[in-house]
Design a protein around this ligand. Structure first.
Ligand code: RIB
Length: 316
């Protein structure tokens, strides 16, 4: 792999409009919420901020609209230390937004209206191509159009840049040629279930599912099993990393924190197991705080958490 110590997040940038409610509504139900706030989000931007907070030089490639949300989102990325020179301000559309409900148990429901994110195209991939030769990791998700993801993965593969794909939101089918371009895929139970076509609800089904993704060509498949932990399968091994038990307040962006932690550890050349532990710790910390980017830990906080939980090794 290309061992350059920086990373690219290629993906969505959203403003999250969050309502906290005692429970999530069922169809047709009106509920009184407790609380409302706006907070920067978007899976791509969350993962960029997660890596930057963990000390990685991070470039964001994507789009915002020419509006107030777009300005705030860009400002926030810059404040987190993310390079935004390749975030295009699209004059023709509004910025992406996500309507989020969070219940008392920290569980959430999210509707994303992609706006500018849906306009990402080959011109953005062209910008990304100028960054790839100096980066070690490319991190992507599914809130931007698939053709651009495919082009970016092809370019990264040619240059030996590690491709980490978070296949979220869930899709039923991926182009077959995408799998062999992916070094690490990181679905949650819903996403991996859709990819393999059967429900994934325990360790056995998760292991079976990760093996299927391996057969399709990915280098490593990691199934995120929420509060149970993570199953990781490569050609050489399958291992389980239990979740760090925490009091969950809001799980929004916990998956993004996992991906950011995993990618940051990869940039630091830690082992795969250590990288998964970094991801699990970052996800657990994020679940204890409200909001998306507001919940992502710094490197100091992460290392401290690992030390307190006895998961710290000298070579972290
Ligand atoms: O993963 C959480 C994110 O999903 C939110 O920040 C929201 O914007 C959606 O993209």
């Amino acid at each position: 792999m290309n061992s350059n110590p920086c990373a690219i997040a290629f993906g969505s940038i959203n403003m999250d409009l969050v309502a906290r409610t005692p429970k999530l509504p069922v169809p047709g139900e009106t509920l009184l919420g407790r609380d409302f706030f706006t907070v920067p989000g978007g899976k791509g931007a969350n993962q960029a901020v997660a890596m930057a907070r963990l000390g990685v030089t991070t470039y964001m490639v994507g789009r915002v609209g020419d509006d107030n949300f777009g300005n705030q989102l860009l400002k926030n990325l810059k404040a987190a230390g993310v390079d935004t020179a390749n975030v295009f301000i699209d004059k023709n559309v509004s910025s992406g937004v996500a309507l989020i409900s969070v219940d008392n148990a920290g569980e959430n429901q999210i509707i994303v209206v992609p706006g500018a994110n849906s306009c990402v195209d080959s011109s953005d991939v062209k910008n990304l191509n100028t960054l790839l030769p100096s980066c070690g990791v490319l991190l992507m998700q599914f809130e931007i159009p698939l053709p651009s993801i495919l082009l970016a993965a092809q370019a990264a593969k040619r240059l030996g840049v590690k491709v980490i794909l978070d296949p979220a939101p869930a899709l039923n089918q991926l182009p077959a040629e995408l799998y062999p371009l992916v070094d690490i895929i990181t679905p949650n139970v819903v996403e991996i279930g859709q990819l393999v076509g059967f429900p994934v609800n325990d360790l056995d089904s998760a292991t079976k599912a990760t093996n299927i993704l391996l057969q399709r060509g990915v280098g490593c498949a990691i199934a995120k099993l929420g509060s149970r932990g993570v199953i990781c399968t490569t050609k050489k091994e399958t291992f389980f990393v239990p979740a760090f038990p925490v009091e969950s307040v809001d799980t929004v962006a916990a998956g993004d924190a996992f991906n950011g932690g995993l990618a940051a550890a990869m940039v630091e050349n830690l082992s795969l197991k250590q990288a998964v532990i970094w991801g699990a710790a970052a996800g657990a910390i994020a679940a204890t705080k409200s909001g998306a980017q507001s919940s992502l830990p710094t490197k100091e906080v992460l290392i401290d958490f690992l030390q307190v939980r006895g998961a710290f090794k000298n070579n972290f």
